[in-house]
Design a protein around this ligand. Structure first.
Ligand code: FES
Length: 238
């Protein structure tokens, strides 16, 4: 492999009338070269104006999510060789406003996360030490706690694309995570937040979110769980 051809989405809303793709030639300068490392190569050696986000570079912070060769992925975890192509097309996350190049405005995404109240709401005063959980109780919230809020699921969701107010798979996965938690006592309030026009019933169970999740989580299953709980609450009062 002499070099990879990177086609990278470029757009500066303050200067450009429309987006374009720039082409960069990146040599395979190291074993296991990732898409993120290739973008750093472009930024450092070819075009210092290229904008993208990253932080941990090890799949923990969720800031480097992008659309790479047809799929939303973490660029720091995606090795170029695993794309099985000399050509790598990189675009920003969908359904979020482009601020510049591969950087999008994450505010609407995090606003939905905040809306579902992503913290424990116990019904009793704080204990002297901690609120213990059995292993079985812990297993009920695992592995949802591994969500790194990268927004791959949000960007891949067709409903989020047509209804910008839809809470989306990430926020609903977190809502379900707290509903399942044995230390939480706010079931009614949590179900009220998600059982609404732009909430759980908008999910069409297409599984795009599950397919792209870099942590192999199951937002579709979490939404189905919330639907079941909301129905049981309505019909049986449980
Ligand atoms: S840079 Fe943190 S997940 Fe990729």
């Amino acid at each position: 492999m002499a070099e990879y051809i990177f086609e990278v989405f470029r757009f500066d809303p303050d200067a450009d009338s429309k987006p374009r793709f720039d082409i960069f030639r990146v040599p395979p300068f190291k074993k296991g070269l990732t898409v993120l490392e290739a973008l750093f190569y472009v930024q450092e050696k070819l075009d210092g104006s290229l904008a993208f986000r990253s932080s941990c570079r090890e799949g923990a912070c969720g800031s480097c999510a992008m659309h790479i060769n047809g799929k939303y992925r973490l660029s720091c975890e995606t090795q170029v060789k695993d794309l099985f192509s000399d050509k790598v097309v990189v675009q920003p996350l969908g359904h979020l406003r482009v601020l510049r190049d591969l950087v999008v405005d994450m505010e609407p995404f995090f606003a939905k996360y905040k809306y579902i109240m992503p913290f424990l709401m116990p019904g009793s005063p704080p204990p002297e030490r901690e609120r213990p959980q059995t292993v079985g109780d812990q297993m009920k919230v695992l592995p949802s706690v591994d969500c790194i809020l990268c927004a791959c699921c949000h960007a891949s969701c067709t409903v989020t694309g047509t209804d910008p107010e839809y809470l989306g798979p990430a926020a609903l996965l977190w809502a379900d995570r707290f509903v399942r938690d044995s230390r939480d006592d706010a079931l009614d309030e949590r179900l009220r937040l998600v059982d609404q026009l732009h909430g759980i019933w908008r999910c069409h169970t297409i599984f795009s979110c599950q397919e792209v999740c870099p942590k192999d989580l199951d937002p579709t299953g979490a939404i189905a769980d919330l639907k079941r709980r909301a129905l049981r609450r309505k019909l049986l009062g449980q």
